[in-house]
Structure formats: C-alpha cells, structure tokens
Design a protein around this ligand. Structure first.
Ligand code: GDP
Ligand code: MG
Length: 312
C-alpha cells in the first residue's frame, strides 16, 4: 500500500489571498453540512495532466509530473487537513498502454481503493485533443465496469490545457462546445447511460490550465481565457457534485471481486439457456417430428428416418 501522506494543508497559503478566501469559504460550507472529508479520485489516460491537476489543487508539487510516459504503476493518495477538514486526492497512473486499457493497472487501482469511499471522480482529458476514439470509450467503460454506473453521477470532466488558441480560426467557445459534446457523448456510450437519463443529470465539465504560464487576474489568481479563476471554480463544482443527492461509491470486496456491477444477473444465463432448450427447442423439435409423421410418407421412408416402427 502506498504511503499515506497526511499533513496540514499548507499549500493553500501559496494561493493568492482571493483564491484562499474562496477555497476556505467552500470548505466552511461543507463543514456546515457536516462533511469534514472528501476523497477525490483522479483518472484518465496517461499524459493528460492528472498529476498536474492534483498539484494545482493542493498548491504544491506533491505528485510527480512527467512530460514523458511515467513507469509508476501505483496510485498515490495525498491527504491534507485544514481547519478540521481533510482533503484526500488519489492520483492514478494512466489507464492506457500500447493502445489498450491496462487491466493490470486497473486492478492495482481497485485494490488500492479497497474500503475507501470515493466522493468525486475527476475524469481528466485535454481540451486540445481534436478527436475522441474507441480508446476513450474503452477507458470510460473500464471505469464504469470497475465502480458501477453510479460513479458518473459523482463525476466531473476536467479538461486541461485550457489556455489554447483553437485551430482553423474557430472561436474558443465553439471549440469548447464541440470538444465537450464529443467527449460527453463518448462518456454516455462508455458508461451505457441512456440519453434521457444523461440529460437529466448532466456531468459538469471544468476547464483547467496547469501551466506556469497560466494568465492571472489583478488579484494574482490563475484564470481561464474567459476570466474565471479556475481553482476555486473547480472546487465549487466538486462541492456541487458532493451535494447533488447521489451516493458516494464505497469500494468494498463485493465491488472488486463480485460480478461486474453492470452485469449482475449474469448467473441467470444458464437457467435462461436451459429454459430455452426445454421449452422452446424441444417443442419445435416435437412439432417438426409431428409434421413429418403427418406428411404421410411411404412406410419405407419413415422407417429410414426412424419414425416408423419396423415390422419384420
Ligand atoms: P498525467 O500523466 O496525466 O499525470 O500527466 P502530467 O500531469 O504528468 O502531465 C503531462 C505533461 O503535460 C507534463 O509535461 C505537464 O507539465 C503537462 N501539462 C499538464 N497539464 C497541463 C496544462 O493544463 N497545460 C499545459 N500547457 N501543460 C500541462
Ligand atoms: Mg501522473
């Protein structure tokens, strides 16, 4: 098990006072609602900015960031306490290797999460990716198969590299809308969520810019191209998800080893097959035999088919 790094959340002091005030206000609200701890699980493909986002939220360089594929396969939990509130962020290794979902990495993540409760899932990807493909769908399917569909009700889509200039002279908002629509569609398909169900409980999408070159406002807060201070905005979305009425995900043995949470009922398959055999196939066979008998074939022919008694 990875080391649990539980410390005072000093990184918060690295933020400009305006950001600190907003963050402490949000934590205060949670404490008022008797929520004194949050566990955030960060998942996504490799290199999309998961570890950087963890560091941005904590206000310190806790997680190792790499421009190249990292070989670390184990998840890490960073716990920080501030005014009686504990923030746990779990950074995970990328789920994709050699064009496939790395089942081994997924298994390690699941074991690591045993007996923990996931309050929020940050599903991280890049804003500046121009297409979604089957691999994205596989990653989302793997998350759904591991933790159940319900995890998406606790999900936030985080798009990094938000400070971009869209290609082909596209307007930023149009680019964002197109990218978001494409990605959310893949989430819906990968998570097997019905269209209506999906529209009823929309998954929030948050923009993030982890780069040291992120623009700042007059108060020194890191801002998005539209001027939003994104760190408090991300935390606000996270607290919104926590109080949206859905259930947090408890990762227990049943979830890890039991049947796939979305395919419970699989044990019925042998019974259904047996039912089909005895009540459908047998009946049809009987009917066919009857038909053949009634056709009034010559006795020798029926005898050859084994349908008439031999009389010697
Ligand atoms: P992970 O593999 O998903 O944990 O990704 P990392 O956090 O290690 O980031 C991969 C690379 O992308 C590193 O070189 C980061 O500096 C860079 N990076 C991450 N987030 C951003 C971002 O929002 N903007 C920019 N410009 N670079 C980013
Ligand atoms: Mg990482």
């Amino acid at each position: 098990m990875a080391a649990q790094l539980n410390r005072e959340w000093t990184g918060i002091q690295q933020f400009p006072p305006a950001t600190q005030t907003k963050l402490l206000e949000l934590l205060g609200k949670l404490l008022q609602e008797n929520v004194n701890a949050l566990t955030i699980l960060v998942m996504g493909k490799g290199g999309v900015g998961k570890s950087s986002t963890v560091n941005s939220i904590l206000g310190e360089r806790a997680a190792a960031v790499s421009a190249f594929q990292s070989e670390v396969l184990r998840p890490m939990i960073y716990s920080r306490t501030r005014s009686g509130f504990t923030l746990n962020i779990i950074d995970t290794p990328g789920l994709v290797e050699g064009g496939y979902v790395n089942e081994h990495a997924l298994e390690i993540i699941k074991r690591f999460l045993l007996n923990r409760t996931i309050d929020v899932l940050l599903f991280v990807d890049r804003l500046d990716a121009y297409r979604v493909d089957n691999l994205d769908r596989q990653v989302i399917k793997a998350i759904t198969d591991s933790f159940g569909k319900g995890i998406w009700q606790r999900g936030v889509v985080v798009l990094t590299h938000a400070q971009l200039s869209p290609p082909d002279g596209l307007n930023y908002d149009d680019f964002f809308t197109k990218r978001t629509e494409a990605l959310l569609k893949v989430v819906r398909l990968g998570a097997r969520i019905k269209k209506q169900e999906f529209q009823d409980s929309a998954i929030p999408v948050v923009l993030v810019e982890n780069s040291g070159r992120c623009k700042t406002n007059d108060s020194g807060e890191k801002i998005l191209p539209d001027g939003t201070a994104w760190i408090p905005s991300l935390l606000k979305t996270i607290t919104g998800v926590v109080s949206n009425g859905s259930k947090a995900i408890l990762v227990d043995m049943k979830l890890i080893e039991g049947p796939n949470p979305n395919e419970r009922g699989k044990f019925l398959i042998p019974f259904i097959l047996a039912f089909q055999y005895f009540f459908i196939v047998k009946r049809i066979q009987g009917a066919i035999k009857d038909d053949i008998t009634k056709e009034g074939k010559p006795l020798w022919e029926l005898r050859d088919m084994g349908l008439a008694k031999r009389k010697f």
